[in-house]
Design a protein around this ligand. Sequence first.
Ligand code: ADP
Ligand code: MG
Length: 241
Amino acid sequence: VASASKESVTDSEQKETEEAPNPVRTFEDAFASYPEVLEQIRKQGFLKPSPIQCQAWPVLLSGRDMIGVAQTGTGKTLAFLLPALIHIEGQSTPRSQRVGPSAIVIAPTRELAIQIDSEVQKYSYRNIKSAVVIGGTARYNQVENLAGVELLIATPGRLCDLVFTERGPNLDITNVTYLVLDEADRMLDMGFEGEIRKVFLNVRPDKQMVMTSATWPQGVRRLASSYMKNPLMVYIGSLDL
Ligand code: ADP
Ligand code: MG
């Protein structure tokens, strides 16, 4: 993937020589420093990490931007979710002083957002506060749940409704430092490019960013090259370039 913005060309060129971290082979390898995360994984009874998880975890825990391209059912949710929880726990500003979420996962559909949230419930530890904002249900209930939220799962339309309202925003995303775009290809197919770009431009410029996609079309490449900083691309199977 071509490097990100013009301002950071030199920076990106230097970083491009950096090698990708070695993939992990086991859950213990990936999360040796995070026993609470290991504990949550153990409860699921999984035998081993999926290939995309083996690759993605060390990349994301090192703080780099990443694009994960792999078919449905390959375990992409946990690939970005466990590093998101670790990222939130690692924030230096005390919880009570943070304004708005530290991490946002944007998903194309309500069903997917709800599914991701149920994964969050399974793996969350130390009472990380999460919330879901999706269209099609009353907005005020969702707004009430936003107080103190650290991890937000959202569909693009409702997210923008809450952030960019003329009546005064319900949600401050300026302190978001971990941003996931799940199923980016589907999101573009559904016509959400405008919403996505608006969100990208309003989160913290030094955020870490993750994109997942089942395919690797031109539109997704363009998004990645305009907003991601020297991302590592991890893919499973053929890219069909
Ligand atoms: P994707 O987002 O790539 O379509 P999901 O993250 O939804 O895939 O995962 C598909 C299923 O695989 C889920 O039920 C999930 O709980 C399960 N899963 C995830 N990681 C593992 C693993 N390491 N071992 C076994 N099952 C897993
Ligand atoms: Mg998925």
